[in-house]
Design a protein around this ligand. Structure first.
Ligand code: UDP
Ligand code: MG
Length: 336
């Protein structure tokens, strides 16, 4: 009885037509998968029995995806579309989707069906239990290359060690976030976004749900190695100063070693005055190696400083995170 009353109260609090659950999916050239994605997603969401919206973010697709999205929107008003003016990237597409989403809970999911929509009811159940962030944790990854699995796994462990935020290992962006979390995220307008880190950083009650990540059904990954590396650097620089501090540690190490070397040379001189020492200490090769080594280390750390500096420059310019060409299906007064 109590349950029913509570539920009724819950429904009454929702203004008419206001979605309880928003699903945000970034789309970049997924024409082959969109129809199936829509079908499976709507089947799952309808089974939940709550008002919902599906926010598709067209991240500057160059295939037929935008037409397909428009058709789906025309046929089903619960599907809304944010059309970017060009490709801004996966993380910014997710950002725009969460900015536009109106639901009390916002689920972020890939549109390539690697994250099965069928996991969403489990996420929602945990949210109903009172958790604010329910992240889906990959217990298994099907159909990904050995290389991607190993590098991804190493990366998640590395970032866990060197940052002071608790970013859960083996989680992607597939997660449910409570309205409170989404509102907090909306206040973080950094450009080089590592969304899974940001949603851990905000705190609140977080929990993971294990799932099996499927193989991509069609099309190809939009994350080639170069982009993966950039993304990993965004994650590290967003949450850690360790790469900068490494220069200090290494500097102390090299200075200490060279001091020991100095003492060694002095002792050898005193023991054998006047006699030319072994060429190892006085030869040109030694000098060359020492100079090149230090030169190399300095260049590396100039690069590290550059990574941070470039990011500072981007922030200082203060450009908008993304440009929307057209938004379909949103209430005028509620668009961000
Ligand atoms: N995506 C995007 N913009 C991009 C690259 C990817 O919106 O510039 C979307 C893509 O459509 C997919 C999700 O982000 O829904 C994840 O991309 P992908 O499957 O290529 O990455 P992977 O799963 O291979 O890491
Ligand atoms: Mg994928």
């Amino acid at each position: 009885m109590m349950m029913v009353e509570e539920q009724a109260k819950h429904v009454a609090r929702q203004p008419v037509g206001q979605p309880v659950i928003s699903v945000v999916a970034p789309v970049y050239n997924e024409e082959q998968l969109l129809p199936e994605f829509y079908r499976r997603m709507v089947a799952v969401l309808e089974s939940l029995g709550e008002p919902f919206e599906l926010v598709l973010v067209n991240d500057g697709c160059r295939d037929r995806s935008p037409e397909i999205m428009r058709q789906i929107h025309d046929a089903d008003g619960r599907v809304k579309v944010v059309n970017f003016s060009k490709n801004f990237g996966h993380q910014l597409a997710i950002t725009a989707g969460t900015d536009y989403a109106q639901g009390q809970a916002v689920v972020v999911i890939d549109s390539d069906l690697q994250d099965p929509p069928e996991v969403i009811p489990e996420l929602v159940a945990r949210w109903r239990e009172g958790y604010h962030v329910v992240y889906a944790q990959r217990a298994e990854r099907a159909g990904e290359t050995w290389f991607k699995r190993v590098t991804a796994s190493a990366f998640y462990r590395l970032i866990d060690r060197i940052t002071n935020v608790n970013i859960p290992v083996d989680t992607g962006d597939f997660r449910l976030m409570d309205r409170k979390v989404v509102d907090a995220l909306k206040r973080m307008r950094e450009h080089h976004r590592f969304m899974r880190g940001l949603s851990a950083w905000v705190g609140f009650k977080q929990i993971g749900v294990p799932y099996k990540r499927d193989a991509r059904k069609a099309g190809e990954t939009k994350y080639p190695f170069r982009k993966m590396l950039r993304f990993a650097l965004d994650g590290i620089t967003s949450f850690s100063y360790l790469p900068l501090q490494l220069a200090t540690y290494l500097g102390f190490g090299v200075a200490a070693l060279s001091f020991l070397f100095l003492i060694l040379v002095m002792v050898l001189r005193l023991v054998n005055p006047g006699e030319p020492q072994d060429a190892i200490f006085y030869g040109q090769a030694t000098t060359l190696v020492a100079v090149l080594f230090i030169g190399g280390v300095q260049l590396i750390f100039l690069g590290v400083i550059g990574e941070y500096l470039g990011r500072i420059y981007t922030e200082v310019k203060g450009r908008p995170l993304y440009i929307v060409a057209e938004a379909l299906g949103f209430d005028e007064d509620k668009t961000p």
